[in-house]
Design a protein around this ligand. Structure first.
Ligand code: HEC
Length: 111
């Protein structure tokens, strides 16, 4: 399998729609909007971190990690453990919340 250089092949068509819906709800509940503008979440739309629209089409997480569901789930829960010095804080959440949020972010595509 030669996949290393290909663009992220996250196929939202195969992602679990329930996980995606739970992930969006968790992102809202956990207050990610305090720092990020996120599609479908009208308020708040913080500007501390980058807007997350179209995140499923990005190759890298924070310019450092491959944008795949497993590293993304770890990143949203404990970014400083993966990227020392990042300004994205660790956020207390369950592993399931982290997986669901990763599924939701991976389902966000550019218009
Ligand atoms: C206190 C502000 C803050 C909060 C709260 C926050 N983030 Fe972040 N986030 C940031 C910053 C700042 C960055 C940029 C980090 C970097 O580039 O190293 C970031 C980066 C990210 C990235 C990578 C973006 C990119 O363009 O690569 C994702 C994905 C992300 N955050 C998701 C979340 C999620 C999901 C939550 C809620 C669970 C959340 N963030 C909560 C500040 C925050």
């Amino acid at each position: 399998m030669l996949t290393a250089c290909s663009p992220p092949a996250i196929d939202s068509g195969t992602a679990d729609p329930d996980a995606i819906a739970r992930g969006k709800a968790a992102a809202y509940r956990l207050g990610c909007g305090a720092c990020h503008a996120m599609p479908g979440i009208d308020w708040p739309q913080g500007r501390v971190g980058p807007p997350l629209a179209g995140f499923g089409d990005r190759a890298l997480i924070a310019g450092e990690l491959p944008n795949r569901p497993a590293p993304l789930a770890r990143f949203v829960r404990d970014a400083p453990a993966l990227i020392p010095g990042t300004t994205m804080p660790a956020i207390a959440m369950s592993e399931r919340d982290a997986r669901d949020i990763a599924a939701w972010l991976s389902s966000l595509h550019d218009e």
